[in-house]
Ligand binder design. Sequence first.
Ligand code: HAM
Length: 448
Amino acid sequence: MQLILNSDSYEQVLTLASEFRRTVRGMRDLIDDEAERLRRIEQKAREVSRLYGYNEVITPLVERYELLAAKVGEDNRKRMFVFEDLGGRKVALRPEFTASVARLVATKMQSAPRPLRLFSVGSLYRYDEPQFGRYREFWQANYELFGSSRPEADTEILALTDNLLKEIGAKNYHFKIGHVGVLRSILSHDGIAEEVQNSIMKLLDKKQYDDAVEVARKAGSPKSSLETLESILKIRGQDSETVVSKTCETVKNFPEALDAARNLGEILSLLKAGGIEVNLVIEAGFARGLEYYTGMVFEIYTQGMDIAVGGGGRYDKLIELFGGGQVPAVGVALGVDRLSLSLQKQGSTFQGSGESRILVVAVDSSMFGEAVKVSSILRKNGVAVELETMGRSVSKALSDADRRSVTHAVIVGSREIKEKKVVLRFMKERTQETVPLGRLLEKIGRKG
Ligand code: HAM
């Protein structure tokens, strides 16, 4: 069938084509190094999950809106990709993993032995304003530990995070850490409703300290509490003992806030006892935008980037909210894209795998079948092989291989193959030799 276009519709098609060719705002194509870095970080994250005994779970990208919206915080709630499916259900693309994993624990994994350690990695969606390190589709490596309310569990999450950062070669990073129990206990003590507390936390997350105190004042916090809140917001430092003891002193008239400050102290001293030396900035008034946190909260910052590469904390009430009983939980999510950016910024590239990269070229089309056989032998032995499939001459294929960091070329010619041999070219050295097939693996540095 022939499509006949008049000039108007032709122009329309061109305009549409240029629109279609662009990715949707906030969405990216990841190619070459970017794709490779993302997958390598993912690989390292999976390796760390194995080392710490976290089993991978794969949850759906689309969930019920209500589940995802429950405690994600007002800002994240407003930025969800929400739609109605064809069955009329209100659904959304996941903006984080925690709600989905908590749903699992409240349902299918309710009777799984505790502690339960779960790992997830994949893409997430938030309608954030695109800018450096902020996208509408991004990746996280997420770890959750269920069943322990003890500081040991919080410490494990911090240690694991530090381990992953070291594993991928991140340098000059620090943990900003606090405990939402300190502030929330004071507000609860004054009878401030949870929604008002959430809006105060949201303002603190955005560093709008005065506005936060003003909301507490309007909600009826007495002068003495407001003064305590103001003092807490000023307590920060790098030495955990000093900051924790200052916080304890400040909140001594609020028993639950005092417990929270002591809990933070315990977590940090366990970290020290375990020999895990991380740079810390402890902030007594630190809050995060997500509403489910009940205890220790933290974020990770790397030098030169003022956006967090990861964040997490304790959330002991979410499983109960999802009908799964009282299950304490603590977890962390590392932003894979931001980790990748920070590695790029600090100039570190992942060490190449050091693997050989082989090109197999047939001298002419009659030798192509033999070239396929040679490739199969190499691949069976775990060697990555690219086969020349463009019908190019050997010299053209070799000059292309030079540009693509191929380490060796295997040239398959009729004379050599009759003697069960091939020509092996060492690309960097620009030398070549005729090699029996039986010794090919050894010659390219691989055991057979
Ligand atoms: P979150 O702080 O919302 O925490 O996100 C964790 C990390 O995801 C951030 O530190 C950042 O690296 C990355 N991230 C978030 N939004 C974007 C974006 N628009 N573009 C690029 N990267 C982004 C959570 O998601 C919690 N679920 C963490 C958690 C797990 N808490 C307990 N368990």
